[in-house]
Write a protein that binds this ligand. Structure first.
Ligand code: SIN
Ligand code: CO
Length: 384
């Protein structure tokens, strides 16, 4: 799916992370990919992250899902909104909304959140730490955007919501089905449903914080460091003042840290694995009975297409000119030049036929078998 009259290069140069942009219905034909009832159904499921925000004149109330099916029938006339995270994992037509935005790398994409609101409903004026494309799916919403915020921006006192204490709209638009509003990180925004049955699809991105990177990279380093990896000073010279920590000692100590911290090769491998972890890793995707290489070969011989698990995250890092490290769901696979093109293809397409030549390679079949057994790939089910 491509967007009409949308120039990705120009968007990245002039808009991305710089300013909000309204894109009036650029779809060839827009059709809302999910019914409100189906969204409500998802919000009742155990492994789905959902929130319900109800508004009264004075207070905002947040409830976490999963919700009992009766919950939505019991809501009164006051505005409310239901937010469901990572709907792309559950609904292929919602996952398809990400496709026009694939000019942004897989590793930066987080999920598609879907909201449903009644007249006047919304989540209030706020800012997010990530970029978002807000696609109006059904009904109308007034979107207002304000100034850029930061950690010092004053918030309303609330335990669960980070609502801005002061919000002044600089620009506003009424979005109708198919319209898209891009909002950069930290730009204040406020969306209010105009009428009932307002659905918005948020294509959300990831941007690791420096703190998160340092903390997790250090955790990883610590897993590998042995207790006997210690400061040593076989070169120690007699000191005039025993109180001095010499420049040589500081240099040696500092080196112990930087040597590990600055290992870019190890960092790349770790980051690829870390970032490719599934959004909900606790949801078990492994298949019950592991497939053997022979089973996989038989399916490939029957030309059965392979599909990526929509919950799986695929990315790669080049190793020299022809090899790659493939990262899938927190695992790293070293791919030699013979299977590297396949690894790259895996990162582009959600569904594909395996090339006959690759199907003959032991390393190719072995990789596919591992990915099938960890639940990142599946053979497409044959129609009866
Ligand atoms: C919404 O869909 O109501 C909220 C989306 C957002 O502001 O990020
Ligand atoms: Co937002």
């Amino acid at each position: 799916m491509q967007l009409r009259d949308f120039d990705a290069d120009m968007f990245l140069r002039d808009v991305w992370q710089k300013k909000p942009l309204l894109i009036r219905n650029p779809w060839t034909v827009w059709s809302n990919p999910l019914d409100p009832d189906e969204l409500a159904g998802l919000a009742c499921e155990e492994d789905v992250e959902a929130r319900l925000i109800t508004q009264s004149r004075t207070a905002w109330k947040v409830e976490d899902g999963p919700f009992p099916e009766t919950r939505f029938g019991r809501l009164n006339k006051k505005p409310w909104t239901l937010l469901v995270q990572a709907v792309d994992i559950h609904v292929p037509d919602v996952a398809a909304l990400i496709e026009p935005f694939r000019f942004i790398p897989n590793w930066r994409i987080d999920d598609v959140m879907v909201s449903y609101a009644t007249d006047g409903g919304g989540v209030g004026p706020h800012f997010d730490q990530y970029d978002v494309f807000l696609i109006q799916g059904l009904g109308k919403r007034r979107w207002q955007v304000g100034a850029a915020c930061d950690f010092a921006s004053e918030l309303q006192p609330h335990d669960d919501l980070r609502l801005l204490a002061k919000f002044e709209a600089i620009n506003e638009w009424i979005l109708e089905p198919g319209d898209i509003l891009y909002v950069p990180p930290r730009v204040a925004h406020n969306g209010i449903a105009l009428g009932d049955d307002c659905m918005t699809y948020s294509i959300g991105f990831r941007a690791p914080s420096r703190g998160e990177l340092i903390a997790h990279w250090c955790d990883h380093l610590l897993e590998e460091i042995q207790d006997d990896d210690r400061y040593a000073d076989a070169h120690l010279q007699a000191q005039d003042n025993p109180g001095e920590i010499s420049a040589t000692a500081i240099a040696g100590l500092h080196e112990m840290i930087t040597e590990k911290m600055l290992d870019r090769k190890a960092f790349a491998r770790w980051f690829g694995q870390y970032n490719s972890m599934r959004k909900y890793p606790e949801t078990d995707c492994q298949i019950d009975e592991p497939l053997q290489v022979e089973d996989v070969r038989a399916c490939l011989d029957r030309h059965i297409p392979l599909c990526r698990n929509p919950a799986s995250r695929f990315s790669f890092i080049r190793q020299g000119a022809h090899a790659v490290l493939l990262f899938v769901d927190g695992e790293c696979f070293e791919c030699n030049p013979d299977i590297a093109p396949f690894a790259e293809q895996l990162c582009v397409q959600g569904r594909f036929m395996v090339d006959a030549d690759l199907g003959k390679l032991d390393s190719g079949i072995a990789l596919i078998t591992k990915l099938l057994n960890q639940g990142s790939l599946a053979f497409e089910e044959e129609e009866e």
